[in-house]
Design a protein around this ligand. Structure first.
Ligand code: LLP
Length: 434
């Protein structure tokens, strides 16, 4: 699953003790395990090897340049959604031909940068966007490839409403009927070669079934398009493979591949290219958020554990009611967790609400969570926080962003410094007349 393990009651990231790290870098901080990141990438590469896919790591899930670089060094392409993410992909040394660029609101300057960089595909969301990118590429005297984002009207009922994207009424993509008209209209444009179909049905998707339904629809569409004389060389099946938030509750890469690979075998054998855009399944279990207990307090029958991080650093519980396993980094032997889940059958646990310092009631990581006894000054680890953690963090309430640390074996490196108050206010130092 990952390389965050307890040894004699002490939590380690690979071979580095979390408590030692906290003493050196202070709290709160994100810590990533490079081996976990790489293992998760390799598992996808192995599970889908028969299709020889381009694996475009979804930068939006965790975009630190050092992590992106570790994956680019392994051959990963990148899925970007903004000029800022394209910049990160460049800094990471990613192969631009393996970059796909999605997103409903690409600006002209972002498009110019991406055309000039020679990215692999623009994932197209609308007719107006296609025309704009085609015109820009023509003006630059360049050509680019386009994948039409098709909305297959498929979704997973377990996926949170806020992260479901494959339903008919979303802002993403076009429906299948419109896709055919799209190819009729734009299939012959020279500056923007429309030669691919893109899907993304949501995140996370907890079983392979929605992929099967969506891919079947996409393959039917590709057949129809080919019969109508269109050139479709590539299918991008998007992201959404789940992460292991609760031990064993999510499929593994091999489970998804077991059902998906057979559907795409013929397409691949006929020269088709497959693209995957995994984010969370690579990065989520590769990261922890480490925080210190500031105070304990009771309110009615409730025991509050107040920590030095909150929704400003990890917004998922507040925004999606997401579950993150939380446990002290240093525990007595009988309290070493034997699984990561809502309730553990261990002696002497106390039910707590773990909350942050932000002035919002929503600033809670867990409402009724059984934890070993904790005291002021103890460290807690918030697990499976690598994806959509730091990338969604903000300076709300003027709290500085936490540091990020990368562990590789017994080496730990600060890969993003903790912000200072000066960093937080830096862009406000001078006022300029406009
Ligand atoms: N491709 C596209 C077009 C996407 O929109 C996304 C995620 C991905 C790939 C990567 O999905 P993944 O493999 O990471 O599931 N903030 C939410 C998740 C938002 C996902 C947005 N799109 C969360 O914390 O759960």
């Amino acid at each position: 699953m990952d390389h965050f393990i307890y040894r004699n009651g002490q939590l380690f990231a690979e071979d580095v003790s979390i408590d030692d790290l906290a003493a050196k870098v202070g709290t709160p901080f994100y810590v990533y395990s490079q081996r976990t990141l790489e293992d998760h990438y390799d598992r996808i590469a192995q599970a889908f090897a028969e299709l020889d896919p381009i694996i475009c790591y979804s930068i939006k899930s965790c975009g630190n340049v050092h992590l992106c670089k570790a994956l680019a060094d392994r051959g990963a392409g990148m899925d970007v959604v903004s000029g800022g993410e394209l910049h990160r992909a460049k800094l990471a040394g990613a192969n631009m031909a393996k970059v796909v660029y999605a997103g409903v609101g690409k600006t002209d300057s972002e498009i110019i940068d991406a055309v000039n960089a020679g990215i692999g595909w623009f994932n197209i969301e609308s007719e107006a966007e296609f025309e704009n990118i085609a015109a820009i590429a023509k003006r630059l005297g360049k050509t680019a490839n386009a994948a039409l984002r098709v909305n297959p009207d498929v979704y997973d009922s377990k996926t949170h409403d806020k992260t479901t994207t494959g339903k008919k009424e979303t802002k993403f993509g076009v429906d299948i009927e419109r896709a055919k008209r799209f190819f009729e209209r734009y299939g012959q444009v020279e500056s923007l070669r429309l030669n691919a179909i893109h899907l993304h049905i949501g995140s996370p998707i907890y079983s392979a079934d929605p992929y099967v339904a969506a891919i079947n629809k996409a393959m039917q569409l590709i057949d129809d398009l080919r019969q109508a004389g269109h050139h479709v060389t590539t299918l991008d099946i998007g992201g959404g493979f789940a992460a292991d938030y609760q031990t064993g509750a999510s499929p593994l890469a091999a489970d998804y591949a077991g059902q998906i690979v057979p559907l795409l075998r013929d397409f691949h054998a006929g020269g088709g290219t497959i693209i995957l855009e995994p984010g969370r399944t690579i990065s989520a279990n590769a990261g922890l958020l480490v925080t210190r207990v500031l105070y304990l307090k009771t309110g009615g029958r409730k025991k509050f554990v107040i920590v030095d991080t909150g929704m400003h650093h990890l917004i998922r519980p507040a925004m999606y009611e997401a579950f993150h396993f939380i446990w002290p980094t240093s525990v007595a032997p009988q309290h070493e967790p034997n699984a990561r889940q809502e309730t553990l059958d261990l002696p002497g646990l106390e039910t707590c609400e773990v909350v942050g310092p932000v002035c919002e009631t929503a600033d809670a990581f867990a409402k009724d969570r059984a934890l070993p006894p904790v005291a002021r000054g103890d460290l807690l680890a918030i697990f499976t926080a690598g994806a959509y953690g730091m990338v969604m963090a903000s300076n709300y309430n003027a709290f500085p962003l936490p540091a990020e640390v990368l562990v590789n074996g017994d080496r730990a490196t600060v890969i993003r410094k903790r912000q200072t108050y000066d960093d937080v206010t830096a862009l406000e130092r001078e006022a300029m007349a406009v």
